[in-house]
Write a protein that binds this ligand. Structure first.
Ligand code: MN
Length: 204
């Protein structure tokens, strides 16, 4: 049984960039629904209880029967991506990437400003519902990826370091259809310490 993780901050902690109403609905309704639907799909196969999301989502995993494969990808991916999303955000700060992460961003993207531009463009370019991610490949390289729906970086063995949900439910209440404004505002609530933690864990 998968359960909704608690947020490490209040629903209003990301104001004014992400409003409390959006956060509460996103967490208690949307994320909860992915979990409920994932649990429902897995009910039929008790032998899968106790498997981790990473095990269930691995693209080459043979453990997931074909009749629930789609549900596991959509709802398991949704659970994985949202759990990750809450953690890489936090109360607004002026902090920027430090140390080895800052160096990797510099050498891969030509600096933070260029990285943000490229990442924001990726997020703007998601057609319909999906995500943009900064991932680390199994070889330890940084890359930007667009993912449709709830497809998750872990499906391909990549480690997500940073990601933005650009489904309309993530911003419509406050920003209506103005995705670019949402993306611009979202940079203020990125928790770079958490991104760095994931980067350092991935480089070990
Ligand atoms: Mn979402």
């Amino acid at each position: 049984m998968f359960r909704l993780p608690k947020l490490g901050y209040g629903y209003n902690a990301l104001e004014p960039y992400i409003d409390a109403a959006t956060m509460e609905i996103h967490h208690t309704k949307h994320h909860q629904a992915y979990i409920d639907n994932l649990n429902k799909a897995l009910e039929k196969y008790p032998e899968l209880s106790g498997k981790s999301l990473e095990e269930l989502l691995a693209e080459d995993a043979k453990i997931v029967p074909s009749d629930i494969k789609g549900a596991v990808i959509n709802h398991g991916g949704g659970h994985y991506n949202h759990s990750f999303f809450w953690e890489i955000m936090g109360p607004p700060t002026a902090k920027e990437p430090q140390g080895k992460l800052a160096e990797a961003i510099e050498s891969t993207f030509g600096g933070l400003v260029k990285f943000k531009e490229a990442f924001s463009q990726k997020a703007m370019g998601v057609f319909g519902s999906g995500w943009a991610f900064l991932i680390m490949t199994p070889e330890g390289k940084l890359a930007l990826k667009r993912h449709s729906f709830q497809n998750s970086p872990v499906m391909r063995g990549n480690t997500p370091l940073l990601g933005i949900d650009v489904w309309e439910h993530a911003y419509y209440l406050k920003y209506k259809n103005r995705r670019a404004e949402y993306i611009e505002a979202w940079w203020s609530v990125v928790n770079w310490q958490e991104v760095e933690k994931r980067f350092l864990a991935g480089t070990k």
